[in-house]
Design a protein around this ligand. Structure first.
Ligand code: ADP
Ligand code: MG
Length: 387
């Protein structure tokens, strides 16, 4: 029996109050919902938007009880929410995505096993649990990247290693936590696909973003990209939809891919939530990835993923708030906004720190070339390195 949708006016809950939560809250409110955010930080980016913030640890029974008592359904905005908290919440209210999917995406080892089990290719790798394991690693994996299986993001918890001895050293430095050792691949480029999947199994994929990373952090997403032809786009969308279906996933999911020099497509990782590379959908698609998250959570039909404008998204990192001498400065927002296609999103973070995502700007235009030209002009104005 399909359950009726949750009516506007009801409370939707969110675990995590970062920028993804902030944009979820905005989308939920524009559909008439009230939003409660649980986050341990009192000044989290989502807290100034949410109707209510519960300041509590993610494992705090009282905080979770309050959330479950108030909300009709709960979602998450980052994958490191303790699985036990999701399981507990799931016994009381709807939790989307479910703890099973989140548990797989939280662990790079389980994630790779799962993806390989669906028949899709993953990066060659070995699981490392103890120093001795390096003795059994195939030499062809080097040069490699050692990644902690849990709690890594934006390139954190990772080390580039050229040999077994370097890998052992890096493993010690990571505190000998369970890791995956991945072959370092010669990438042609990177792409990602955001999909939304509803409880009844209907699903929709967004257009492919081509992503440039700097220091392991997403810097630029281009949609559409001239490097992504129709065959590659279809292959990536089909793979992402297959992963969502195999997980029986309910919610918004992002799949990151590597495209190798020989054209092969490998799955890098999955994120059980809206994704930075899907932010362009706010300004360039009929329904944004955040609106889809709301729709799925509330049991409403999926929105259209149709892209109506070409888009280039630039992440605004904390570095931009400092001049070359290290003095604090305010980026030239008026200059950015003088570009007709610029859509500026700032996350309300008080403190700008290098490596911190402070906001993004999406350049929308009638053609991909025009969006790219405007993005380059804005990048030059802000001091973002060209690409
Ligand atoms: P995170 O969870 O921090 O996003 P990723 O595994 O996606 O971690 O790594 C971040 C970035 O580092 C990737 O987008 C890619 O640019 C680079 N990278 C990661 N793994 C590899 C690899 N095996 N070979 C080459 N580049 C890699
Ligand atoms: Mg990644």
């Amino acid at each position: 029996m399909p359950t009726p949708p949750i009516s506007p006016g009801s409370w939707l809950g969110l675990l995590g109050g970062g920028q993804l939560g902030r944009m979820f809250a905005m989308a939920a409110q524009s559909l008439g919902y009230r939003v409660a955010v649980l986050d341990p930080q009192p000044e989290a980016p989502a807290s100034s938007v949410a109707d209510l913030q519960i300041v509590a640890d993610y494992e705090d029974p009282e905080g979770l009880e309050r959330l479950a008592g108030l909300c009709a359904a709960v979602t998450t905005e980052f994958e490191n929410v303790p699985a036990l908290s999701l399981t507990w919440l799931g016994e009381h209210i709807a939790v989307r995505p479910g703890s099973g999917s989140v548990a797989i995406a939280q662990d790079r080892g389980l994630e790779k096993q799962f993806i390989a089990s669906t028949g899709l290719a993953v990066t060659p790798h070995a699981l490392i649990a103890a120093p001795d394991d390096f003795a059994h690693v195939d030499a062809s994996l080097y040069p490699a990247i050692l990644k902690a299986r849990r709690l890594g993001y934006d390139g954190k918890g990772q080390a580039r290693v050229a040999s077994a001895s370097a890998a052992l050293l890096a493993f010690r430095e990571l505190g000998e936590v369970p890791c995956v050792l991945e072959k370092r691949l010669d990438l042609a480029f990177e792409i990602s696909v955001v999909v939304a999947r509803a409880a009844d199994g209907t699903a929709a994929a967004y257009p492919i973003a081509e992503n440039i990373h700097r220091d392991g952090i997403l810097a630029i997403s281009t949609v559409p990209s001239p490097r992504v032809d129709a065959a590659l786009a279809a292959q990536a969308q089909e793979a992402a939809l297959a992963i969502a279906a195999q997980l029986d996933y309910v919610g918004v999911l992002c799949v990151e891919f590597f495209v190798l020099q020989d054209g092969r497509l490998l799955v890098n990782e999955i994120a059980p939530r809206p994704h930075n590379s899907g932010h362009y959908s706010i300004d360039a698609c009929a329904s944004s990835q955040f609106e889809q998250q709301v729709r799925v959570l509330a049991g409403l039909p999926l929105g259209s993923t149709r892209q109506h404008s070409a888009a280039v998204m630039l992440n605004l990192m904390g570095e931009l708030w400092y001049d070359p001498s290290g003095a604090r400065r305010e980026p030239d927002w008026a200059g950015v906004l003088s570009h007709p296609g610029a859509r500026l999103h700032l996350y309300g973070k008080r403190e700008a720190r290098p490596g911190r995502k402070m906001g993004h700007v999406t350049c929308v235009a009638a053609s991909a070339l025009q969006a790219l030209e405007e993005a380059h002009a804005i990048a030059a104005r802000l001091g973002i390195d060209s690409w």
